[in-house]
Design a protein around this ligand. Structure first.
Ligand SMILES: C[S@@+](CC[C@H](N)C(=O)[O-])C[C@H]1O[C@@H](n2cnc3c(N)ncnc32)[C@H](O)[C@@H]1O
Length: 274
């Protein structure tokens, strides 16, 4: 969260974490920390503007003529992952039910014992069900760009699946490197949030097992983007072209209600033809 501090020498913009000592800060606690940081690092007697600076959403930045930077995207998701009184939005996906369409779609492809990843896990609403499906012999990597979301996902998902083998990662899923190889990578409701969706898919594709493995994607269609999170509004054809270009393989797509689903299955190994 960015704050402004006014000093005798001018106004300075500075960063204040939204998370401290294992706890998400309320707006009031954020203000207190901002004052503490300003006095310790800027100037004794610096006057801090409480409440922080209004943050521009990724969609607003794009509408202003450029794409958001990774830092701007991370700060935005840290902000929406941070419950704030008065926002009316508590940045939570934890309510996602097992019977929910997106969950059911992903679960059709997951079996006990698999090694899976969820890219853009938020606070674990979908992840809880994926982890349950791979069971105690499976392994799950949950990655999100927001440390606040991951900090909320960890106790929640482990609480629902005690003893499950899970790796929690904070970072850009498109940059994630590991020697581990996955049976299934779930990338639901993330493609429309990233600056370069082809790069994300191509990087995830490289993490699948050598001769098998699936990427399962979903994006919303015709849904209002109230928070300004979406950088793109994709059609079914757009999703097919992105996944096909990035993987070189045939893409199966279908639209169910307000969701476009897409799958690339390495086992089918049918080349993509535009
Ligand atoms: C709408 S939520 C989707 C949550 C979950 N996958 C689902 O389907 O319910 C999108 C998530 O993607 C994350 N995200 C955005 N860009 C990302 C990136 N480059 N790498 C990893 N996570 C990212 C956001 O922080 C947010 O938690």
């Amino acid at each position: 969260m960015k704050y402004l501090a006014h000093t005798r020498d001018g106004t300075i913009e500075f960063n204040v974490p939204t998370y401290r000592d294992g706890k998400i800060l309320s707006e009031h606690e954020g203000n207190l920390l901002a004052v503490e940081i300003a006095q310790a690092t800027i100037a004794d007697g610096a006057v801090v503007e409480l409440g922080g600076l209004p943050m521009r959403s990724p969609a607003e930045i794009k509408a202003g003529g450029r794409m958001p930077t990774t830092d701007e995207i991370r700060e935005f998701y840290d902000m929406i992952a941070t419950p704030r009184k008065g926002d009316g939005w508590f940045g939570s996906t934890q309510h996602i039910d097992k019977s929910f369409g997106r969950t059911q779609y992903a679960l059709k492809h997951i079996e006990p014992g698999m090694s899976i990843m969820e890219a853009g896990c938020a606070d674990g609403g979908l992840s809880q069900h994926l982890v349950e499906a791979v069971g105690p012999d499976g392994f799950t990597t949950l990655i999100d760009i927001s440390s606040v979301f991951v900090a909320r996902a960890e106790p929640f998902v482990l609480g629902r699946n005690p003893g499950a083998k899970i790796e929690f990662v904070v970072g850009d899923a498109a940059e994630y490197k590991t020697r581990r190889r996955y049976d299934v990578i779930v990338a639901m409701e993330i493609l429309e949030h990233v600056v370069d969706p082809r790069k994300l898919i191509s990087s995830l594709f490289g993490l699948l097992r050598k001769d098998s493995g699936k990427i399962i994607v979903s994006v919303p269609t015709g849904v209002e983007d109230a928070l300004g999170e979406h950088l793109y509004e994709f059609s079914e054809e757009d999703v097919s072209v992105i996944l096909g270009d990035a993987t070189g393989l045939h893409v199966s797509t279908e639209v169910i209600g307000s969701t476009i689903f897409a799958i690339v299955d390495k086992k089918r190994a049918v080349p993509y033809v535009r």
